[in-house]
Design a protein around this ligand. Structure first.
Ligand SMILES: C[C@@H](O)CC(=O)SCCNC(=O)CCNC(=O)[C@H](O)C(C)(C)COP(=O)(O)OP(=O)(O)OC[C@H]1O[C@@H](n2cnc3c(N)ncnc32)[C@H](O)[C@@H]1OP(=O)(O)O
Length: 167
């Protein structure tokens, strides 16, 4: 899966089994699907308070309907945050050091009650000067229960090697 593939395409490469993966365990085109999470009103209200983003489109159904949405919509960064939380721990545990970048598109709204998960594929790998670390490019798509891809893009993740004593 890459962000340019159509939803539903069967990706090339290995489907990763649940477990722990270091930089040295991953190959280009490896892919997996995360567990899912249902977006709740508590998520939206909590994220509004945390971020300070109280824009009416997230807080007021009538206002959101006036903009053509079915009701108030989740913050885009809430959806990304939930998907990012699933990305490295469920059911695949990636041995990350730090996220280095995101190149991201918000393509459709996430509504309260939607269940989302992420489809992730290794799109690139590069070694760094440190022998115990490498950087992977992950193509990532956030999907709703309907199969609609509502967010997608790429992220760079610095990872450590599995069994790396200095990590
Ligand atoms: C899984 C998630 O939960 C994780 C997170 O969200 S972590 C929170 C968000 N991320 C951060 O706060 C990370 C901030 N960055 C850092 O602290 C440092 O950049 C670092 C500790 C990750 C790396 O620093 P350092 O050890 O000093 O390494 P270098 O700067 O020498 O870089 C090592 C190689 O990585 C390349 N690189 C660094 N940053 C980026 C970047 N943003 N994009 C692309 N590539 C990057 C750098 O070119 C070096 O490559 P080389 O071939 O080894 O020269």
């Amino acid at each position: 899966m890459t962000p340019n593939d159509a939803p539903g395409d069967v990706p090339a490469g290995r489907k990763l089994a649940a477990g722990e993966y270091g930089y040295n365990d991953l190959e280009i085109h490896d892919h997996y699907e995360t567990a899912g999470v249902t977006v709740t009103e508590a998520h939206v209200v909590g994220f509004a308070g945390l971020s300070g983003d109280l824009f009416d489109v997230h807080m007021d159904d009538e206002f959101a309907r006036g903009l053509g949405f079915p009701g108030r919509i989740a913050h885009g960064l809430l959806g990304l945050s939930l998907a990012d939380g699933l990305k490295t721990r469920s059911p695949i545990r990636l041995l990350g050091v730090a996220t280095l970048s995101w190149n991201w598109s918000f393509k459709g709204p996430i509504l309260i009650g939607d269940r989302i998960h992420a489809a992730i594929a290794v799109a690139g790998k590069r070694d760094t000067k440190r022998p115990d670390r490498g950087i992977v490019t992950l193509g990532m798509r956030v999907l709703k229960q309907t199969g609609e891809a509502v967010q997608e893009g790429e992220t760079l993740l610095m990872m450590r090697l599995r069994d790396s004593a200095s990590a």
